[in-house]
Design a protein. Sequence first.
Length: 185
Amino acid sequence: MSLKGKSIAILIAPRGTEEPEFVQPKEAVEQAGASVTVISLESGQAKTNNHDLDPGGEYAVDTTFADVSADDFDGLIIPGGCVGADKLRADDDAVAFVKTFFDQKKPVGVICHGPWLLVEADVVEGRTLTSFPSVRTDIENAGGNWVDQEVVVDEGLVTSRKPDDLPAFCAKLVEEFAEGRQVDA
């Protein structure tokens, strides 16, 4: 499936995003033809982690939440990593940015601890999704239906549990981004 002409936002938190959950989805949508913008809390470079504690690589940040609008994008990717997800959900601009994608019914892909940001944005109620198992209670307390599956799609929301799920997650991301906005029946 081609994503030519599509603009995708991907989030990264300084010193906290899980590296494979950032790198692999970004590469998957770029290989499908999308233009990808890296968004963070701070400009410059963002360091990633592996297994939450081990240092990862360093990646350029294209823009910050203060300087960008969800209107400029066709889809959103939220990588995991418990440190990064926690930093992002504590930022009002990041939360508002994410919520706007749901208000506009644009496709969103979220993996691992990333659903914490969805809980904070109050967009989980009535949806079925998955995550890293420790986020289950947060999702259920927010009115979501948590399931233990490799990848789950619910009205344009693609979720997965962990780095082992990345092949299925990336394939579904490309598919949902190609489909575009969800249209009410």
